[in-house]
Design a protein around this ligand. Structure first.
Ligand code: SF4
Length: 439
C-alpha cells in the first residue's frame, strides 16, 4: 500500500475526513502523554544502561513481561556487565536461561557480548550498522536498543507494533510480508516526535501490550481511540491481516528414564545434545523418534510393548543396556515448528554382559525394523520436510555425532541446563513421582 493511501478507508463520519498528518500528530502526542502517566515500572527501565536494554529485549522476544522479570533480575545479578557475560562458561549462561525457551537467544547473546568485547572494547556500539552486526540482533532489536538506550530516532517494529499501526491507520496489508514491514518501519519512524524516541517507542510497545491487545482491544480506554481508523470502521478485531503460519509438525517420541544400578545407583542417565541444531548443547533424557507423522496429521502413540522394545533397542544402539519397566508418564514439548508428544518409560540399567532377552533379540529386531521403515518412507516425506530422512538417520545410527552422556543425581540438576520438559520429568522422578512404575 503506498504511503499516501494509508488511512484512505477511514469511516465516513466527521473523524474520517481529518488529514493523515493530523491523524499522525494525534497518535504521537496522545500516546506519549498516556505513557508518561501509565508506564510500568520494569527493572530494565530503572537504569539507562544499554546492556540492560539489550538483555531485556532479547528475553522479551516470544516471552511475556511477567515471565521475563525474575529471569532478567537473576541474569543481571549473575552477569552484571557485557564483560561478565562474555567471560562466563556457556553452561552457566544456559542454566540462567533454563525455562525461558528459545535457547539460541542465550547462545547468541553471549556470542554477541564477546563481539562487543573484541570489536568495541566492551562498550555497546551506537551506530546502526555495528548494532545490527551483533549476533542475534535483527532490525527490531537494533531499533529498540538504539532508541531506548541512546534516544536515536530509529523505529522498533515487531508484531505488537504492526498490530497497533494496522488498526490505527486501517492498513489491510499482510503483516507477514516483508514489504509490509518496510512500510510499517517507515511509518513508525515518521511518528517519533523529535527528541522523544526513547519514550515514544516504549509507549508504542506498551500500548500494544496493555491496550491494543490481540483478541480484545480496550478501545474505550485507549488514548488514541478518537482518531483510530480501525475502530471507526469497526475493524479492530479483523486487523491486522496475517497469513497463518504452517502448523507445527507433530512427532511421537519415546523417552528413557534409566535408573542406574551398582556404581550408578541413585542416578539417572542423561545425554547432551550435539553442538548445533535444535536445543544445541542442552541436556536431556535419551529419546528416540517413534514415527514421524504425515504432514497435517497428529502423531499417534505407540503401544507399550513395541514402544519398550524400540526404546531398549535405541539405548542399546547408544551403548547402554537397559530394561524398560513400564510407562511412567506422558509429556509434551512445543517448539515453534515441532510438537513432541513424549511417552516416558522407566528403565533399569542392566549389566552389559548379562543375558537380557529383550535387548538381545526383540529390541534389536524392533529397532532395525523401525529404522528400515523410516528409511523407506523418507523419500515420500521429503516434499513436506526432511524429517523422515533425518529420523531414519537418527534411528539407524542411534548415537548421533557429538552426544555425550552422564549419570546424574539430584545435586547435578543445578549444574546442567535442561529444556523445561526434561527439567520437570527429572524433578518429578527425583521427588519419587514414578516410584510405583512396574512392568
Ligand atoms: S482504539 Fe482500539 S483498535 Fe484503535 S489503537 Fe486503540 S485499542 Fe487499538
Amino acid at each position: 500500500m503506498p504511503r499516501a493511501e494509508i488511512g484512505r478507508n477511514v469511516g465516513t463520519g466527521k473523524e474520517g475526513h481529518m488529514g493523515l498528518q493530523e491523524q499522525k500528530r494525534h497518535f504521537s502526542v496522545n500516546l506519549l502523554d498516556w505513557y508518561m502517566i501509565n508506564r510500568r515500572d520494569l527493572p530494565w527501565r530503572r537504569h539507562n544502561n544499554p546492556y540492560f536494554t539489550w538483555v531485556s529485549e532479547i528475553m522479551l522476544q516470544q516471552t511475556r513481561v511477567d515471565t521475563v522479570i525474575p529471569y532478567f533480575n537473576r541474569f543481571i545479578g549473575n552477569f552484571p556487565t557485557v564483560q561478565a557475560l562474555a567471560e562466563a562458561p556457556e553452561e552457566e549462561v544456559l542454566k540462567n536461561w533454563e525455562g525461558l525457551g528459545y535457547y539460541s537467544r542465550a547462545r547468541n547473546l553471549q556470542a554477541a557480548a564477546r563481539q562487543v568485547m573484541e570489536l568495541h572494547g566492551g562498550e555497546m556500539p551506537q551506530d546502526k550498522q555495528s548494532v545490527f552486526a551483533l549476533k542475534g540482533v535483527g532490525p527490531y532489536t537494533a531499533g529498540a536498543i538504539l532508541s531506548i538506550a541512546f534516544n536515536q530516532p530509529q523505529p522498533a517494529v515487531d508484531g505488537n507494533v504492526m498490530r497497533v499501526l494496522s488498526r490505527y491507520f486501517l492498513i489491510d496489508e499482510d503483516i507477514m510480508k516483508g514489504s509490509t514491514r518496510v512500510l510499517m518501519e517507515e511509518l513508525a519512524g515518521e511518528l517519533i516526535p523529535e527528541g522523544r524516541a526513547r519514550d515514544f517507542n516504549q509507549a508504542l510497545m506498551e500500548l500494544g501490550a496493555l491496550v491494543c491487545t490481540p483478541k480484545a482491544p480496550h478501545c474505550l480506554t485507549c488514548p488514541v481511540m478518537e482518531q483510530c481508523s480501525g475502530r471507526i470502521a469497526g475493524r479492530e478485531l479483523t486487523l491486522p491481516v496475517k497469513t497463518k503460519a504452517k502448523p507445527p509438525r507433530p512427532e511421537q517420541r519415546l523417552v528413557a528414564l534409566v535408573e542406574g544400578r551398582g556404581a550408578h545407583r541413585g542416578r539417572v542417565l542423561v545425554r547432551q545434545r550435539p553442538e548445533t541444531g535444535l536445543l544445541a548443547r542442552m541436556w536431556e533424557l535419551p529419546h528416540v523418534l517413534a514415527a514421524p507423522a504425515a504432514a497435517g496429521k497428529a502423531a499417534a502413540p505407540l503401544a507399550d510393548e513395541p514402544a519398550m522394545a524400540l526404546l531398549a533397542g535405541s539405548l542399546w544402539a547408544e551403548g547402554f543396556a537397559a530394561r524398560p519397566e513400564g510407562l511412567a508418564t506422558h509429556a509434551e514439548h512445543v517448539f515453534s515448528h515441532i510438537v513432541w508428544s513424549l511417552q516416558v518409560y522407566k528403565c533399569t540399567e542392566q549389566d552389559q554382559s548379562s543375558e537380557l532377552p529383550l535387548i538381545a533379540a526383540e529390541a534389536r529386531a524392533a529397532y532395525h525394523a523401525q529404522a528400515a521403515s523410516m528409511a523407506e518412507s523418507a523419500p515420500a516425506a521429503q516434499s513436506s520436510s526432511s524429517t523422515a530422512a533425518q529420523a531414519a538417520q537418527e534411528a539407524m545410527t542411534g548415537k548421533g555425532d557429538g552426544l555425550t552422556y552422564q549419570w546424574i543425581g539430584p545435586e547435578d540438576m543445578e549444574k546442567l541446563a535442561f529444556p523445561n520438559v526434561f527439567l520437570k520429568l527429572l524433578r518429578n522422578y527425583f521427588a519419587g513421582a514414578y516410584d510405583e512404575v512396574t512392568e
